[in-house]
Structures are given as C-alpha cells and as structure tokens.
Design a protein around this ligand. Structure first.
Ligand SMILES: Nc1nc2c(c(=O)[nH]1)N[C@H]1C(S)=C(S)[C@@H](COP(=O)(O)OP(=O)(O)OC[C@H]3O[C@@H](n4cnc5c(N)ncnc54)[C@H](O)[C@@H]3O)O[C@H]1N2
Ligand code: MOO
Length: 427
C-alpha cells in the first residue's frame, strides 16, 4: 500500500494556503492522511471498558431467549377476556423466573407468573396482580377492559436476535455495552490495540515541578494537560518531559519517539520565534506541514509524519500556549488519534442561548470557554468565562463547555443561539 504524501492530500483542496487554513480543511487533511494501526487483541470483558471494538459482535443467542412476562401477575389467553363482563379464570400453577413450567393452560385457565418467568404455551398476555379484581383460592376474576391481548408479554429476541449485529466495530465500549456483551454470554472482546503516543514540551523557559522557578521561567503545565487528555483517550503514553530549545536535543527526542510509538504530540516551538528550532528539525525528519489555522486560540500547528531508522510516526506539533494546546488537541489530534485506534467517535454539538453578547470577527473559528447553566427564568444558557487569552488556563478550568463560533459568524447578541460542545466526553 502506498502512503500518500501531505502534498497528495492537500492537492485535493481547491484553495490550499498553509498560512490561512480554515479549521474544516485542516481537519479534513488530517483525517485523509492518518491511517488506523489495524491490530486487534482479545481482552477480558471487564478490561474492554473504554477500548475500541475491533470487530462486529454478532449475537450468538436471542435475548431474551424465550417469551416471558414483564410483570408479576397471571399469564392468560387473550381470547378468554370479555369486553363487557368480568371473567373468572382457574389458576393452574405458578411459573417462577428461571424455572420454566410445563403447565399448558386450556380455555378458561391461567397461570400465576413472576416477572421474567417463561410464558406458558398458549398464553399471550399477563395481567399484573394489582389489577386483578378478585383473587380466590384457586381462581381470579378480571374486570372488563383492564388489559388487552398481548399486554405485558416480552418476546424472545426483542432485545437482540441470534445472528444479528449486537455492536459494530469502531464503537468505544461504554458500561451499557459491557452489559450487552454480558447478556450474550461473551467473555472476551476483540479490541484494537492501544495507540502508543509519546509527548513532550519544548522550551528553555520551562521548569518541572520541584525545580526552582528561575526569573522569566514558567512551570511546564502542558505536560500535565497532555498527560490527562491522552490518558482519557485510552492511549498508552510515553511521557518524555521537557526537551530543551537545542537542535540536537530535539532531533534525538523526535527520533527516539519515532522509533517507539505510533504518534508524537509536542507542545511549543511551532510558531516563528527565534529559538523555535522545532520546525526545522521536524521538517528535516519527514513530511511535515506548518500551518496557520484560521482559529483562535491555536493558530500555529504542525502536522505530518516523521521517520527514523525505518520507523515512522504521525506528528502533532501543538502550539505552546496552555489553552491553545488543549484546543488544538481536542479539535485536531483527538479525532485523529481515535481514528488511528479504529474509533468513530464524533462529538455532538448542542445549540443553546448565549447569556451575553460575544464579540467575534468573521473569517476565523473561535473556541471560547463557556459555562453552561440556567438563566433567571430557568432556561439553559451559556456564558463566557471572562478573559479568553490563550495563556489563561484558569478560565479553561472554570469552564464546562467550549462555545464554537464558526468561520462565517460575526458578533453574537445576548439571547442568540450558539453551538457548544460539552467537556463531558470531550475532556
Ligand atoms: N510573530 C508571531 N508570533 C507569534 C505567532 C505568530 O503567528 N507570529 N503566533 C502566536 C500564537 S497564536 C501562539 S499560540 C504562540 C505559539 O507559539 P509556539 O508554539 O512557538 O510556542 P512557544 O513560543 O514555545 O510558547 C508560547 C507560550 O506558551 C508558553 N508555554 C510553552 N510551553 C509551555 C508549557 N509546556 N507549559 C506552560 N507554558 C508553556 C510559553 O512560555 C509562551 O508563553 O506563538 C504566538 N506568537
Ligand atoms: O493560537 Mo495562539 O493560541 O492564539 O496564542
């Protein structure tokens, strides 16, 4: 299989300008360029939580396996019910859940049955016990019109039919899926292998926790946000710490990462500053584009594939500013890394009212930090978390959603509907 170059992929875009790339074009280039790793492994059911299903799961049995009762009551034949008069039925026995009975009631007869009990042959309806008009020693009386034929009967296979697809490959396995797989008696699950991702921060001004904060320096916070974001995504991470602004150190770090992982995420050094060697070294090692994306925050971004000693890895060079690193991760790297693991996990966007006016220039996408809550009348609305500077991590921490103001959109008035993406699921 020949691997396309970035040039092959970008040539499909009618107006490709690396210095003014719309968000959707950047997302499309990344999507077209990356490749799923493809490998599948079998894991025990409980270990499959949050992993990506590697193959379709075909149901080996029908669930439920038999027609059964949805209520504690009496199983009967609907044909015995009268429209305008009470009816009395003889009770022929009891069916408990998990203990099928061979009693076959005839006309004018019924069977006491518990929720989940297998429907006796010939019965098609269940009257809940609290709806029975009179319960005698061995008979019951049912008033007219209390139930209809077919009520409270659960059909075999109404959850899943044997031979039908229970789960499709590419699904991220959630608690309901674990339960579904368990209901089919499946003990091991085919999942795609975890993606190995190395990450490091670049910059001589960065200090690690525990080191003294020298004049002009900052603590390396991106290491921790990236650690958290990659862990949440289910990646196997290789934390390479801080790499100095030194060409040889950067080249060594990138080569080492490339030889050991599927993807590399870096932060910092992708803009045009004097000490930003990252761009030169990345370009030297492979097929890497440097973009200025029409967005805020997160304008500079490097993307491509680098190689060393016959190994290659996809590269996501995120900008250094602490909020920019998160926004670029969520709106570019997240989807790509999930796709490399075989997952289809698009995030839903919701429309809610903006509590206040928002200034916005048309011609770029803005990702503003928002708090979804209720206004004075109890209606849902979103408000912006104050200053939106791309170095202000506090406002990211206060937020519970991202407000997405699209390319063409201008100023927003209070009360206008805006698109938001909740952090729950994203972060
Ligand atoms: N002349 C231009 N200057 C800048 C441009 C531009 O287009 N032309 N873009 C600006 C934008 S927008 C961003 S975003 C930044 C991104 O630049 P880099 O990716 O090269 O990032 P750095 O310069 O290394 O760092 C930027 C900023 O973030 C702090 N930082 C970096 N890494 C960390 C970390 N691990 N933990 C905490 N803080 C970190 C760093 O100290 C800087 O303050 O460039 C603009 N400039
Ligand atoms: O793209 Mo930068 O994130 O605005 O500071």
């Amino acid at each position: 299989m020949t691997i396309p170059t970035l040039n092959d992929v970008t040539s499909c875009l009618s107006a490709y300008d690396p210095d003014a790339l719309p968000v959707r074009d950047a997302q499309r280039i990344i999507r077209d360029f990356i490749k799923p790793v493809g490998a599948i492994e079998q894991v025990a059911l409980l270990a499959a939580l949050d992993r990506v299903l590697g193959e379709d799961i075909i149901s080996p049995i029908s669930v439920p396996a038999h027609d059964n009762s949805a209520m504690d009551g009496y199983a009967l034949r609907g044909a015995d019910l009268l429209e305008d008069a009470p009816v009395t039925l003889a009770v022929m026995g009891t069916v408990l859940a998990g203990r099928p009975s061979d009693v076959v009631p005839g006309g004018g007869e019924c069977v006491r049955i518990m929720t989940g009990g297998v429907m006796p042959a010939g019965c098609d309806s269940v009257i809940p016990q609290e709806l029975v008009a009179a319960i005698g020693v061995d008979s019951i009386t049912i008033a007219p019109g209390v139930i209809r034929t077919g009520d409270n009967r659960r059909f075999a296979g109404e959850d899943l039919m044997a031979g039908s697809a229970a789960l499709r490959k590419g699904k991220v396995i959630r608690p309901a899926d674990l339960g579904l797989l368990a209901s089919l008696g499946i003990a091991t699950v085919p999942v795609t292998r975890r993606l190995r991702v190395a990450f490091f921060s670049t910059g001589d001004e960065l200090r690690s926790i525990g080191q003294p904060l020298d004049a002009g320096c900052v603590y390396d916070s991106n290491r921790y946000t990236l650690h958290g974001m990659l862990t949440r995504l289910g990646c196997e991470i290789v934390d390479m710490g801080v790499v100095r602004d030194d060409p040889q150190a950067l080249e060594d770090a990138l080569r080492h990462a490339c030889e050991n992982v599927d993807a590399i995420v870096t932060s910092g050094g992708v803009s045009v500053g004097a000490a930003d060697y990252t761009r030169q070294i990345m370009a030297k090692l492979g097929d890497v584009s440097f973009w200025k994306i029409g967005m805020r925050p997160g304008r500079p971004f490097a993307f491509g594939r680098i190689a060393s000693n016959g190994h290659s890895a996809f590269l996501f060079g995120l900008p250094g500013n602490p909020v920019a690193v998160m926004v670029s991760f969520y709106f570019f790297a997240r989807d790509a890394l999930l796709r490399m693991m075989g997952a289809e996990a698009p995030l839903p966007m919701l429309k809610v009212r903006s509590a206040g006016a928002i200034r916005k220039k048309p011609g770029r996408t803005e990702y503003q930090r928002g708090i979804l809550g209720s206004d004075d009348e109890g209606r849902q609305s979103v408000r912006i978390t104050g200053s939106q500077g791309s170095g202000i991590l506090r406002s990211m921490s206060e937020a519970n959603c991202m407000v997405i103001l699209h390319d063409e959109q201008g100023n927003v008035d209070a009360g206008d509907l805006v698109d938001i993406m909740l952090f729950e699921g994203l972060i």
